[in-house]
Design a protein around this ligand. Structure first.
Ligand code: ARG
Length: 571
């Protein structure tokens, strides 16, 4: 239990002694404030809300309450006007925080709130035969971090790569391949070649509209299990997936399922039947739709006039499947903001079908990746392929290492960890709905708010422990006064906040809470390091300060891990 909870419990206890019984420790905890300056105390509790229950003026209540609160970790309790101000005994708080972290290691900040329940997370989900876009990168990075954070909260994340491997575009691609395709070329550079076939299809179709019909026919054949169509489709899928796997390997992301849209092909009749039975289908221009007028939304398109199913139909089938397979606590879809309406419609249709559990489904949208203020697109000329971005980041880091630390062991692995980490962190440090401005300079610098900066701070702390010959596992007894500085205290209070930050990140599906937190922690640690002597102190003081550094190492590493970054010990 952190010191804020302890303070809240003491206050709640005192309040119930005073005859107030509807302020439990959780409520009190939510009311706690931080005084505007540390001389006024470390924690403040405002008494305004108690005036009614106690029929007294808040300053009187504060005075009375202050007299009833004492004991570790508090040093002093004072009423100041309508506030009760609490001063912490920093020495005992420090011992408690550091002791907990060193004892729990990587499990510090874990919680059991998820009760082991499943949380399927739909992430990444690129489209077969198309380049892996910046949007898919964002989904991968944000989704993976959310999965780690949910796991830390005691849920069981199920990472699902809902591949875009079905739809009329595959009919078109088959037509294009049969007309102009070259097997060897596809094998050599699958995505590039398939994309150019697809682009050619559209160019030629402008003069030859019959191509579009052929495309539809071939998709119908595919849906009906035609052998040639199935064979080509599977080949396109396998080759594309091989390329995507290279990216996932670089980023160290793996999936529990790669059931994409095609997986639901044989599960869609049931959806249509269910919708029919519930009287939700209506006809519109020969197509079948679910009307959503009452929500001011356009209808959800379920079946086209030629009988082909749609993206929405597949997502309905997938939702039913996930509910039945995982009995989830929550289901999460990490998909760009431009699909907001699609998910609103999806959830409304499920609600109209009478499924209460639709309330536990969350679309977790994110903004765009911009370059020079414009959307980074993978169409035609403007292609910035993700693989190239990652390769470039790694190469840049390699250069820095060659300059600054050429004798580093594991150079290549560290360059990968830092280069990829830079790309991931660049995305995660801002709230996901904000657009990200893609910038090499901003991404790769070792100073400022970057992944390399946090990783570098972690490595510095590790090196300090090595130099100080820090003995892990030794019981922590802090030397009197060793951590009495505002620099040390800033580190300790932040360390204490980690569990709360994780919880907030989980509740809001917001990894940037952790991104900002690790930057803050790296900064206060570096200030501590710059202003407080560590290695040149006498043994007791040195050991106490190193214990704090060791706690920083644990928390920085764990924070980075939650975001999907490695924490090399040397760089
Ligand atoms: N493949 C889609 C796209 O690239 C994203 C799929 C998201 N997941 C889902 N269940 N709809 O736009």
């Amino acid at each position: 239990m952190g010191y804020k909870q302890q303070a809240a419990e003491k206050i709640a206890g005192a309040l119930s002694q005073m005859g107030v019984d509807n302020f439990d420790s959780e409520t009190v905890y939510g009311m706690l404030e931080t005084p505007p300056n540390p001389e006024m105390g470390d924690i403040a509790f405002p008494c305004f809300q108690l005036a009614k229950a106690l029929r007294k003026a808040p300053p009187m209540i504060a005075a009375e309450l202050a007299g009833q609160i004492s004991g570790t970790p508090l040093r002093e309790v004072k009423a100041v006007g309508p506030y009760v101000n609490l001063f912490l005994d920093q020495q005992s708080v420090a011992a408690q925080v550091i002791g907990t972290i060193l004892e729990q290691g990587g499990t510090y900040g874990s919680s059991a709130v998820g009760e082991g329940r499943n949380v399927p997370i739909d992430l990444s989900s690129p489209n077969i035969a198309k380049p892996f876009s910046m949007g898919h990168l964002r989904s991968t990075v944000i989704g993976n971090a959310i999965a780690n954070i949910m796991e830390k909260q005691g849920y069981k994340p199920v990472r699902i790569n809902h591949l875009g491997d079905w739809g009329t575009q595959f009919g078109k691609l088959i037509v294009a391949y049969r007309l102009w395709g070259d097997e060897a070329k596809v094998k050599a550079e699958p995505i590039k070649e398939l994309l150019s076939l697809y682009i050619r299809f559209h160019e030629e179709a402008e003069n030859d509209p019959a191509l579009e019909d052929q495309g539809r026919e071939w998709f119908k054949k595919l849906e009906d299990g035609d052998e040639e169509a199935q064979h080509l489709w599977k080949w396109f899928r396998d080759e594309s997936l091989k390329e995507f796997m290279k990216i996932y390997e670089l980023m160290n992301v793996s999936f529990d399922s790669t059931n994409g849209e095609a997986f639901y092909n044989d599960k869609m009749d049931r959806v249509v039947t269910l919708l029919e039975e519930k009287g939700l289908l209506s006809e519109s221009d020969g197509a079948l739709v679910v009307n959503l007028d009452e929500y001011d939304m356009p209808p959800s398109l379920i079946k086209k006039s030629d009988g082909a199913t749609l993206y929405a139909t597949r997502d309905l089938a997938a939702a039913l499947y996930r509910h039945e397979t995982y009995d989830f606590a929550k289901a999460v879809y990490v998909v760009g903001n431009e699909q907001r309406l699609h998910f609103q419609q999806l959830f409304k249709v499920l609600e109209k079908m009478g499924y209460d559990w639709a309330r536990n489904m969350h679309h977790v949208p994110f903004g765009m990746m911009l370059k020079d203020g414009k959307k980074m697109s993978t169409r035609k000329g403007k292609v910035v392929l993700l693989e190239e971005v990652l390769a470039q980041a790694i190469a840049d880091v390699q250069k820095v290492i060659e300059e600054k630390n050429p004798s580093l062991a594991n150079k290549e692995e560290v360059a990968r960890q830092v280069g990829v980490g830079a790309v991931i962190f660049h995305d995660l440090k801002n709230f996901r709905l904000n657009d990200v401005n893609f910038s090499w300079e901003e991404m790769l610098t070792f100073e400022g708010e970057t992944g390399p900066y946090v990783q570098y701070s972690h490595a510095r702390a590790c090196s300090l422990l090595r130099k100080g010959n820090y003995q892990p596992g030794a019981a922590v007894s802090l030397a009197e006064g060793a951590l009495e500085s505002k620099e040390a205290w800033a580190v300790i209070t932040l360390l204490n906040n980690f569990p709360e930050v994780i919880q907030r990140a989980a509740d809001n599906f917001d990894p940037s809470q952790i991104g900002k937190y690790v930057i803050d922690l790296a900064q206060v640690f570096n200030k501590f390091y710059a202003n407080v002597r560590i290695l040149a102190e006498e043994e007791n003081i040195k050991a106490s300060r190193l214990a704090l550094v060791a706690a920083v190492v644990v928390v920085l590493k764990e924070g980075l891990r939650l975001l999907g970054l490695a924490a090399p010990e040397e760089m």
